[in-house]
Design a protein around this ligand. Sequence first.
Ligand code: ZEM
Length: 290
Amino acid sequence: LSGSSGETKGIFTPKFEDYQKVYNEVAKLLEEKDDYDDGSYGPVLVRLAWHASGTFDKETGTGGSNGATMRFAPEGDHGANAGLKAARDFLEPVKEKFPWISYSDLWILSGVCAIQEMQGPTIPYRPGRVDKEVAACTPDGRLPDASQGNKHLRDIFYRMGFNDQEIVALSGAHALGRCHTDRSGFDGPWTFSPTVVTNEYYNLLLKEKWTWKKWNGPKQYEDKTSKSLMMLPTDMALISDKSFKPWVEKYAKDNDLFFKDFSAVITKLFELGVPFAESSEKYTFKPTNA
Ligand code: ZEM
């Protein structure tokens, strides 16, 4: 009845070891299922965790990662969430193997796992999210629109409770992954190493010459040198704004500082609006490649 998994009198109370098992399972699938995009589901798992969390509104306390309401239409069908079904489907076998974990805890745990397995910083994790019903779906328009600029970024991220430094630190996630024409309409990766967490996004923003891409798609930038990298209008706002830019410069120079601030800010993002129990502990998962 007892043992390492905390099972007493038939009520299963998962412990740290149980969450580490879920982490290890996600890490194993990331390793196995390498026939996707740039060879990893890691970036799209990070995007799922971010879009689950980034609906938070501090005034009303609605949205955020608690609830996993993106499982349902209308939220799953919001334009911003196009393509995230790939991430949710990837996680379905994990949910089947560990049915005790809520989707909302699983999505965030998977984001943490993906960041750590892609050589990123340690991200402390707390469980305690509960899945909600369709009625808790958030209205469309809470996530950022890449075609806009600095005012829009502040409107969206201040609503979640972030400041300028945190907006820049969070944006470093664009070291990862790529844009897909059949999802957002935009095309291409931000860096040459889209499956490794680095401060390259900031370096490229500052060092490359960015020009408008000539194509029929939505307005985006391409680098003058290789023409294979991209920046969104919202990415470029980070270097045209005098309060954002110093942080881009700091993170470009100092990867340790970026890792420290990114870990802190993404932990905050992942916990927005989650009513954790007083007694809830922060877990630190061991990366499988450490
Ligand atoms: Zn993103 N993001 N994002 N982002 N994002 C895309 C892809 C990814 C914005 C945005 O419009 C887009 C944050 C912030 C912002 C990731 C993580 C985080 C794409 C491409 C777009 C258009 C989607 C596609 O076509 O597949 C905007 C406007 C943001 C405002 C600042 C934050 C914050 C993130 C995490 C902390 C990641 C990992 C991807 C790559 C997904 C993939 O499938 O490769």
